[in-house]
Design a protein around this ligand. Structure first.
Ligand code: THG
Length: 259
C-alpha cells in the first residue's frame, strides 16, 4: 500500500503560510516530518483560491525535491497548473489527476507520456455528476485505459480513483466504490493500481479518524493499492500495514508494525 501524504497542501495553515512567504525552511521542515512519518509519496497541492497557482506549485515542487527523492503527486484541477508542476519536477511524477473528459484527456495524456509520469485517473466526469454507479465508474476506467494505449502508456502507470465523497452527503457511495475497485482489478493484467482521497469521507465531521481508519481497512479488502492520506495518524498507518498482512501481501512477523 503506497501512502501518498495529503499534508503538503496549502489548505493547511502552516503550508499556506509557507507558500505566501516563500519560506523554504518551513516547507522543507514539513517535508522532513512527512518522510519520517513513513510517507511513500507526497501530494503537492497549492490549496484553493490562489491567483498564481502555477507559480506557487512550481515553487513548492522545487522546494520539496531539494530535500526528498520521494515521488511527487502533482495535484491540481487546472491543466495549466499541472503542466507547470510537472515540468518543474525532477523526482518521479504522479499526475493528480486526469478526469474522464475528452478535452482534458487530450491535453493531459501527452504531458504524462512526455514525462513518463504515473497518472491518477478519475473515474467520473463533472458533466455526469459525481454520484456514479460502479458500472459507470468501470466504463470510465476503460476509457482511460484506451486513451493511455493511444499514447503508448502502459496500464501499470495508471491508478484509478473511484472518488470518495463525504459520507454525510452520500452514504450509498462506499458500496459503489467497493464494487468499482473489484472491477478495476479485472480491466488489465497485471491489474492497474488504485487510489483515493481518504479524508474526503469525513470532511468536517465528528469521529474523523475513526471513519478514515475504518474505510481504509474496507478499501484494502477490495484491493486498494494506494491512498492520499494522513501519515501522522499512527493508527491509520498501522491499519494500512495490518491490511497488507490480512491480504497476504506481506509475510507476518511479530514486529511487522516496525518494518
Ligand atoms: N482524489 C485525488 N486527489 C485528491 C483528492 C481525491 N486531492 C485532494 C484531496 N482529495 C485529498 N487531500 C485532502 C487533504 C486534506 C483533507 C482532505 C483531503 C482534509 N482537510 C481538512 C478538512 O477538510 O476538514 C481541513 C484541514 C485544515 O484546514 O486544517 O480533510 O479525492 N486524486
Amino acid at each position: 500500500m503506497m501512502v501518498i501524504s495529503e499534508k503538503i497542501n496549502g489548505m493547511f495553515k502552516k503550508v499556506g503560510r509557507a507558500i505566501d512567504a516563500r519560506d523554504v525552511a518551513a516547507l522543507q521542515e514539513i517535508v522532513h516530518a512527512n518522510v519520517a512519518a513513513g510517507a511513500n509519496a507526497l501530494d503537492i497541492n497549492t490549496g484553493p483560491g490562489r491567483d498564481n497557482a502555477a507559480e506557487d506549485i512550481v515553487w513548492m515542487v522545487k522546494t520539496v525535491q531539494e530535500v526528498t527523492d520521494l515521488p511527487l503527486s502533482i495535484d491540481s484541477p487546472m491543466a495549466k497548473v499541472l503542466k507547470a508542476g510537472v515540468e518543474a519536477c525532477e523526482n518521479a511524477i504522479i499526475i493528480n489527476s486526469i478526469p474522464a473528459e475528452g478535452e482534458r484527456m487530450a491535453t493531459l495524456y501527452p504531458i504524462a507520456a512526455d514525462h513518463d509520469a504515473d497518472i491518477i485517473c478519475l473515474t467520473f466526469s463533472e458533466k455526469e455528476g459525481i454520484n456514479l454507479s460502479a458500472d459507470r465508474r468501470a466504463e470510465l476506467a476503460m476509457l482511460h485505459l484506451a486513451t493511455a494505449m493511444e499514447f503508448e502508456i502502459e496500464p501499470n502507470k495508471l491508478m484509478f480513483d473511484p472518488l470518495i465523497l463525504p459520507i454525510n452527503c452520500a452514504q450509498d457511495q462506499p458500496q459503489e466504490v467497493f464494487a468499482a475497485l473489484e472491477m478495476f482489478k479485472t480491466l488489465a493484467s497485471p491489474p492497474p493500481g488504485s487510489t483515493v482521497g481518504l479524508s474526503n469521507v469525513s470532511a468536517g465531521m465528528k469521529h474523523r479518524k475513526l471513519m478514515n481508519r475504518t474505510l481504509l481497512a474496507m478499501l484494502c479488502a477490495h484491493g486498494l493499492t494506494s491512498a492520499i492520506m494522513d501519515p501522522f495518524d499512527v493508527d491509520l498507518m498501522n491499519v494500512a500495514k495490518t491490511a497488507e498482512i490480512m491480504m497476504n501481501e506481506k509475510l507476518y512477523a511479530d514486529d511487522y508494525l516496525k518494518a
